[in-house]
Design a protein around this ligand. Structure first.
Ligand code: F6P
Length: 356
């Protein structure tokens, strides 16, 4: 059996753990397993850059962050556009797959990666997709790998801010990754005990944020912590057309929304505000135990699908069980936080503000 593997898009913890899971499970059942590891995501498949790997290459990597194959972003919107030398990228990927006579290709990646995986599946390649991203925004799976490891890091960042915040009369903003969805901010915000959580799915009003800070202050608390998603958006901005909003953001003098909020709080409420951005730290380091276990199970389930030649699927985790979900059904869809969902209602019951 000949399989190809690639990791595409922004990296995260447990990519190696997931690949290890697939290879360990397959090599226990298949004697003649050949593994081609394409380098730096789809770029490796397009330009025929790969490494021949053995089972030993996947040994000892359960706990190693990053990806042994490297990764890159190859935007789906450009996939049909020829490269600078006129190369048809889709045809090139198909040609390299066929040249190596692969039985299947295992693709680890997020939303954009999944769209290209589905395109390749439609083009006749045998594809298995594994859902990675710290954003947890892949439709059709309860959880993506990387998410819980990133929660731990973002939560730890908020924990550290807590101790310094308690020593000063200040407002602290911790900016958490996630441009389109607020899962990571929501979970880290709750895990870290943030007082105000701002996410893209729930546009905020700065006056409501100020009221929440004042309410805390009036109750005797001398500091407030905000967990703010990279994609947090005000009600005013949410009412703008997408293009207008994009233009406004490009023209903004602030590096990110957190700095704008900090400035507004200082101007309008006279509070001293500080911003902390953990940034790519959230994607780094070793996967936590949850992600290691998740990836070991997803890897084994992927191997099972490969052995049964059941291709064109994402291997998902649904209600605690692994599940094959057709790429056709999920590619291009985004899993967002439900602003009226149970979790949001529960958190609001605690008095945590979403600024809405
Ligand atoms: O998609 C994962 C993610 O980490 C987002 O949360 C974040 O907004 C983005 O990638 C950052 O992308 P890049 O690594 O390309 O700066």
């Amino acid at each position: 059996m000949k399989i190809g593997m690639l990791t595409s898009g922004g990296d995260c913890q447990a990519l190696n753990a997931a690949m290890r899971g697939v290879v360990k499970a397959l090599s226990n059942k298949v004697d003649d397993l050949t593994i081609y590891g394409f380098l730096n995501g789809y770029q490796g498949l397009i330009y025929g850059k790969y490494r021949l790997l053995t089972r030993q290459d996947f040994s000892g990597i359960l706990t190693v962050g990053g990806t042994i194959l490297g990764s890159s972003r190859t935007p789906f919107k450009d996939i049909r556009k020829p490269d600078a030398n006129g190369l048809d990228k889709v045809e090139a990927m198909k040609a390299n797959y066929n040249k190596l006579k692969l039985d299947c290709l295992v693709i680890l990646g997020g939303n954009g990666t999944q769209k290209t995986a589905n395109l390749l599946s439609r083009e006749g390649l045998n594809i298995i997709h594994l859902p990675k991203t710290i954003d947890n925004d892949i439709y059709g799976t309860d959880v993506t790998f990387g998410f819980y490891s990133a929660i731990d890091i973002a939560t730890h960042a908020i924990d550290c801010i807590h101790t310094t915040a308690a020593s000063h009369n200040r407002v602290f903003i911790v900016e958490v990754m996630g441009h389109k969805v607020g899962w990571l901010t929501l979970y880290a915000g709750v895990g870290g005990g943030a007082d105000i959580i701002l996410i893209p799915e729930i546009p905020y009003d700065i006056n409501n944020v100020i009221s929440a800070i004042k309410k805390r202050h009036d109750s005797g608390k001398n500091f407030t912590i905000l967990a703010v998603a990279e994609g947090a958006i005000s009600k005013e901005d949410a009412a703008l057309a997408k293009k207008e909003y994009k233009k406004k953001m490009e023209m903004s003098k602030y590096p990110s929304v957190s700095y704008q909020i900090a400035h507004e709080l200082e101007e309008k409420a006279g509070v001293e505000a500080r911003v902390t951005v953990p940034g790519h730290m959230q994607r780094g380091g070793a996967p936590n135990a949850y992600d290691r276990i998740l990836c070991t199970r997803l890897g084994a389930a992927a191997a099972e699908a490969i052995l049964e030649k059941d291709y064109g699927n994402m291997i998902a985790m649904v209600n605690g069980s692994t599940k094959r979900v057709s790429l056709e059904k999920v590619a291009g869809k985004l899993k967002t936080v439900d602003p009226n969902g149970q979790m949001i209602r529960e958190i609001k019951d605690l008095g945590i503000s979403f600024g809405d």
